[in-house]
Design a protein around this ligand. Structure first.
Ligand code: ADP
Ligand code: MG
Length: 253
């Protein structure tokens, strides 16, 4: 029993639409688990329930034994559950380094005040995080001038500043070109492996999913229809029919 996250019976309906129904799975330590499925399958609803943004109608989601259901996003973050790639998490008026310094301040329980500049505090630690994501040379540029792919890398550095043991990533590479997607996910994979971070992510580029997941779960109309290794999921007849129906590919094989 070394599951980092244990989800049982998680459900959410919007009016008559069962967005997520009876979702259950274990995420093991160090695992990169992908949650995929066609548009409207319930992926974002699942992430929002785990992040504390949406209250489930039923179910539990235990992180290291603590049920996250009913907690505020901040409380979930403070437990060690990170999330990445929310554009709004970057303060455009600050420099790249100040953004990371602010996140390091928050981790240390210092007041999180975007209007109070953190010029000196945690500067060295911020620079070393930025080095790890390949952004050190941009440390003193305003975040507002960054290219899109660099914003994503900065957001990843900000997530890492919280020292998460679990990372939740809903379409981390949305809006990126295929080559950039692979580069970002290579970076993510390398860093989570060296830090022992477990990951739950979704992504609509099947090449990226099959290249970066240890295990894949497939949602269709709110229900899990498959959960297994990339090879098993790729060969699954139900998964194939769902993706053929939606016109997408389950990757090269
Ligand atoms: P995915 O991320 O897999 O594309 P979503 O979780 O966003 O799917 O959506 C699942 C279903 O729930 C869809 O039918 C969607 O229209 C519906 N849904 C999602 N969010 C809301 C909401 N806030 N209000 C009403 N319906 C919603
Ligand atoms: Mg979505």
């Amino acid at each position: 029993m070394n599951a980092v996250l244990e989800v049982r019976g998680l459900s959410k309906a919007f009016g008559g639409v069962h967005a997520v129904e009876d979702l259950g799975f274990d995420l093991r330590a160090g695992e990169r688990l992908a949650l995929i499925g066609p548009n409207g399958a319930g992926k974002s609803t699942s992430f929002q329930m785990l992040m504390g943004e949406l209250r489930p109608d039923a179910g539990t989601a235990c992180f290291e034994g603590v049920d996250l259901v009913g907690m505020e996003p901040r409380e979930i973050w403070a437990l060690g559950v990170g999330r990445t790639f929310q554009i709004t998490s970057v303060f455009a008026s600050m420099t790249v380094a100040e953004n990371v310094q602010t996140a390091l301040q928050a981790r240390n329980g210092q007041s999180f005040d975007p209007f109070r500049r953190a010029r000196a505090l945690h500067r060295d630690e911020a620079i070393s995080l930025l080095e790890r994501v390949g952004m050190a040379e941009q440390a003193d540029r305003p975040a507002s001038v960054l290219a899109y792919g660099d914003v994503k890398r900065l957001e990843f550095a900000i997530a890492l500043a919280g020292e998460p043991r679990l990372l939740l990533m809903d379409e981390p590479t949305a809006g990126m070109a295929p080559r950039e997607r692979h580069a970002l996910m290579d970076l993510v994979s390398g860093i989570v492996a060296e830090r022992g971070i477990s990951v739950l992510f979704t992504e609509h580029d099947m090449d990226v999913v099959f290249g970066h997941a240890d295990r894949i779960m497939v949602l269709d109309r709110g229900r899990l229809i498959a959960d297994g290794t990339p090879d098993a999921v790729r060969a699954d007849a139900k998964v194939r029919s769902v993706y053929l129906g939606s016109g997408a590919e389950t990757g090269h094989a």
